[in-house]
Design a protein around this ligand. Structure first.
Ligand SMILES: Cc1cc2nc3c(=O)[nH]c(=O)nc-3n(C[C@H](O)[C@H](O)[C@H](O)COP(=O)(O)OP(=O)(O)OC[C@H]3O[C@@H](n4cnc5c(N)ncnc54)[C@H](O)[C@@H]3O)c2cc1C
Length: 377
């Protein structure tokens, strides 16, 4: 006899984990299928852990604030205490983009976020950065999460509420009569009312192979570097992101986690660190944080950030294949927003919220509009 669930979620990254949790707590029977032998092997386990409430895109900003609040004060069934450390954050903006970030900060303040604004030059002494021009937006309640802890919490809570998780289970969509009726796994077919496509960079090829929406998802590789322990780095120092110059750093295990904000197109893949990535970082460190230049890098790694052509998330029912629900394209925001994405998506999928609530993210927009680029962060 075929196994049957209300929902099969493809992918045990942050998107899939959050959907599984949000659906299971609504009483839906859920099976998560993950190709890898464990959860969070790709972007969801390789990200920088920054929790950030000021965003240039208003649609992402809303989900970021809801997602950050959920991590700060998770519901009982998700975690007993906060899922991130409130270290505060500092975004530095200048030049032509300053007006965008002034507006984004004003939007955050309007939404109730505490934001302090001041000259970036005042930061230098306590930050490890060279004194710099521009405006600093400090958000004291932002912070740093452990992505594995967040993903584990979603999956553990989903399981505790009846969901099942299968690893080493590469899935293909099973389509009959023009609708998705479940998935095909190496172990056999599984039927479902809905299949949630949370396959990250592989989400588009999963659907295109099955004759569904041809979505031009694009993945970009980004590297992170850990200095190893250094004297004088406070674990509670705020993370700092120079938006115009494309560089951020945050305390990590008694040292610094550094990023040069590289953005290199790659195919969907188990992406590895490039041998020359350190050179790009070194140039930025030299210019922006010269005190760190002489310290060797202890470890580096890379992950893929996946974007739709217009940079907005892709969440909602497929416009051509009934039974299929997209949950991908979370770009560089999938940790902060995951809980909010899962809760909103699960409400719409369960019929308790209208599709209009997902309007900015509706996959159907790619059938009707030529998507412009403009919301990539
Ligand atoms: C370097 C870097 C830094 C980042 N920093 C931050 C940050 O500071 N803050 C923040 O909020 N976000 C950050 N992000 C973004 C965040 O990590 C992503 O948005 C998020 O992890 C995307 O999650 P996902 O579940 O969509 O994708 P993934 O984590 O890629 O998960 C998709 C899963 O689907 C599985 N899968 C694919 N196809 C199949 C199939 N056919 N069958 C079964 N399983 C399948 C894959 O194996 C994978 O496990 C960063 C990302 C990177 C790369």
């Amino acid at each position: 006899m075929k196994r049957r669930y209300d929902v099969v979620v493809i992918g045990a990254g942050l998107a899939g984990g959050a959907f599984a949790w949000a659906l299971a707590r609504r009483g839906q029977s859920v099976l998560v299928v993950e190709r890898e032998a464990r959860a969070g092997v790709h972007a969801s386990g390789r990200n920088a852990g920054l929790v950030r409430r000021i965003e240039a895109s208003s649609s992402v900003a809303r989900l970021s604030r809801e997602g950050a609040s959920l991590l700060a004060d998770p519901p009982q069934d998700l975690a007993a205490g906060p899922l991130y450390r409130q270290t505060g954050s500092i975004l530095i903006a200048r030049g032509p983009e300053l007006a965008v970030w002034e507006a984004a900060a004003a939007d955050a303040i309007e939404a109730g976020v505490e934001v302090e604004r001041g000259p970036a030059a005042d930061l230098a002494e306590r930050s490890g950065l060279r004194s710099t021009d521009g405006i600093a937006f400090r958000t004291p309640r932002d912070g740093v999460a452990d992505p594995h802890e967040v993903l584990s919490a979603f999956l553990a809570s989903a399981r505790a509420q009846g969901a099942e998780v299968a690893f080493e289970a590469p899935a293909r969509l099973n389509i009959q009569g023009g609708r998705v009726v479940g998935v095909e796994l190496p172990s056999g077919e599984v039927e479902a009312e809905w299949v949630v496509n949370a396959a990250g960079p592989w989400a588009a090829e999963l659907v295109a192979d099955a004759g569904g929406l041809a979505l031009d998802l694009q993945s970009y590789r980004r590297h992170l570097f850990y200095t190893g322990p250094l004297a004088g780095v406070s674990p509670n120092a705020p993370w700092i992101w120079d938006l115009e110059r494309g560089f951020y750093l945050r305390p990590e295990s008694s040292g610094w986690l550094l990023c040069a904000c590289d953005h290199e197109p790659r195919p969907p893949e188990d992406t590895q660190a490039a041998t020359d990535a350190g050179n790009r970082l070194a140039a930025k460190v030299m210019a922006l944080a010269p005190d760190l230049v002489d310290h060797p890098i202890a470890r580096s790694w890379a992950g893929l950030r996946t974007f739709a052509p217009d940079g907005r998330f892709v969440i909602g029912p497929d416009p051509q294949l009934s039974g299929l629900f997209w949950a991908t394209g979370l770009g560089g925001h999938g940790l902060t927003t995951s809980g909010a994405v899962g809760l909103l998506g699960a409400r719409v999928l369960s019929g308790d919220a209208s599709r209009a609530e997902l309007a900015p993210f509706d996959p159907g927009r790619f059938l009707t509009a030529a998507a412009g680029v403009g919301e990539r962060a």
